[in-house]
Design a protein around this ligand. Sequence first.
Ligand SMILES: [Zn+2]
Length: 393
Amino acid sequence: MKNEAKKSKNKKLTWKHLIGIKRNIQEKIKAKEFELTFAKHILDFEKIQKCLACKAFPKYSPLGLCRYHEFCFKYGWYQEFPNKQYIPPSQNLIANPPTSYDILVKMFGYQEFQDMQEIAISSYVNGKHTFISMRTGAGKTMCYWISAILREGLTVVISPLVSLIDDQVIETIAARIGCTSIYTGKHQPPQYFEKVFSEIAIGLIKILYITAESFINNSSFIRMLLNFAKYAPVSFVIDEVHCIIKCKHFRESWSKLRKISTFFPSSSIMMLTGTCKESDAYLILENLRLASNDVAFIRGLSFSRPELTMKMHPKSTKEKTIGEIITLLKELNEGKCIIYCPTVRICDDVYEQLQEKSGLGLPMAVYYSSLDSKEKKKIEIMERECNPTYDCN
Ligand SMILES: [Zn+2]
């Protein structure tokens, strides 16, 4: 892994040759004429003192660098500094390139890896397609965050849902890794894509989240990536990779992700899923046109969820069921509660009854796929900022 990281870091990036960069984006950022796509996820973005090397993340160290660029500075990774006018002070560099463990500790403040994370990262960073099946909560995200830092260039994460992507962007920015997202929708007009390409070109973005639909149907994006790949590595992650077989009938783009290995034969792919049958894993590889001999299979050690307990109660009348839910809610002192219902109509019905009868004064909302995106966004913000009770199906 060390050799791979070192080899990769020594490549010179000639950003100016990349597509569409007709004006100097750095100058525009300096003159505050360029608003970053992820600025809205950084608290008080306009007011904070910003990192001298990226002009994006808050200053973290006495040298005036953000957490990521302070880390890069210690290892002499100056090519990671988007602001080329910044001249780092002279220093004694750490002699060896960082390991995944160094990144875990120094960037993320954890002292040990969970489950099979370290083995998964090592396999992927060394250029092997890596199929990771680990339970929810075992830290699959950390596998590609650390890999993205070690591999340099751009990591493209294909993710199934816009709401999941929005959460992933917020978490990644909170971890101080430059990232943004692409999906189709009125919130992302054509100018937005140009902006994303510019941010990738100047090296601000390390991770790009994208839906399978946007990846498959956006030929200018693929062209941009192919150009980018001439100068820097492009790595791929397919999150919730089981969607390739589970969603193939209603989301055609998922069954066309073999385009990755066709267009980017030298890029390695990390495939992430929770539980997955062996036969399904082979079907997924077949669909992606990957030979099983070229793939490392990493299976989490434990699928048990000690933090979860399960109790079953017989259901009686509707009236009684609502009463029981209210009693359970009253016993909850902290955290959030999700109530799954079989249909949208029942969701709305349970929600109305809880609103009327509970007298709990708890923030609660309904959430299902047919809600419009504005309403969904409102509920997602509410979910992050307080302790709501959800009715979902
Ligand atoms: Zn920075």
